[in-house]
Design a protein around this ligand. Structure first.
Ligand code: ATP
Length: 237
């Protein structure tokens, strides 16, 4: 049985500016945990804090019994945590395939990396078609698929995904969410930051609403009442 990712009473921010105020949540293994909330609520900051890209000023992050806070980001990556950042950071002047191979760990043997590459192409057939094409010439949707596929090359246990649908056409968002649902089905633990509330709730097991650096609502997705959530989301409650 895989381990739960536990965020406990976390505070973090940028220099003197504190953004996260005692954030606690659990991402159960094999489940999709959605974090929703308005712009500036601190969702990206939370993912960065989990990934060790920001120092915590209070609280802990753990995967099962193992503490992750104070671990360098590369070690978290080795432990099977992958962050798919917002903004599709790709190596534009390199091919699709080269971008994918960068996602495999150097400790992996070539054979293993090539097996992962095959699995990535099986999940994203369009990337196979375009494997020699420069990443910089991909469409927005293809680029997002490539960023996701690159994150999967390291065979992570926990996937942190930041706003993957940003700027994508609805049909591409459908495809992307289908892939996330499939990954969850395969047992991956996923933490998804998303502004499309309804879509996120539709594929999530648990939903956490953030506002002003705090988790203000945590519910099982099955119990979420969208109307109520919207009221709270827009501060009308
Ligand atoms: P969005 O959906 O717009 O990305 P978010 O919920 O992910 O919003 P964050 O990006 O985590 O929110 O931002 C939370 C707060 O932290 C905001 O007030 C933002 O201005 C601030 N912030 C983000 N990055 C930095 C930074 N590098 N330096 C200082 N403040 C920052």
């Amino acid at each position: 049985m895989a381990d739960a990712l536990q965020v406990n009473q976390v505070r973090a921010g940028y220099g003197a500016i504190n953004v996260l105020w005692d954030v606690s949540l659990t991402a159960n293994p094999g489940e999709l945990t959605a974090i929703i909330g308005p712009n500036g609520a601190g969702k990206t900051t939370l993912l960065r804090a989990i990934m060790g890209l920001l120092p915590l000023t209070a609280g802990t992050v753990a995967l099962g019994a193992q503490r992750l806070d104070h671990m360098p980001t590369w070690r978290l990556a080795q432990r099977g945590i992958a962050l798919i950042p917002e903004g599709r950071m790709l190596f534009d002047a390199m091919s699709v395939e080269e971008n994918l191979l960068i996602g495999a760990f150097p400790r992996d043997q070539r054979r293993h990396a090539l097996r992962r590459l095959d699995a990535a192409y099986a999940m994203f057939p369009k990337l196979r078609e375009r494997r020699r094409q420069l990443a910089g010439s991909l469409s927005g949707g293809e680029a997002q698929m490539l960023v996701l596929a690159r994150g999967l090359m390291a065979d992570p246990k926990v996937l942190l995904v930041d706003e993957p649908s940003l700027g994508l056409a609805p049909v591409v968002v459908d495809e992307l969410f289908g892939i996330l649902a499939h990954l969850r089905q395969e047992g991956l633990t996923i933490v998804l930051v998303e502004q499309h509330t309804e879509r996120a709730v539709a594929i999530a097991d648990h939903v956490h609403l953030m506002q002003s650096g705090k988790v203000v609502l945590s519910q099982r997705a099955a119990d979420v009442c969208l109307a109520q959530l919207h009221e709270q989301y827009f501060g009308l409650a």
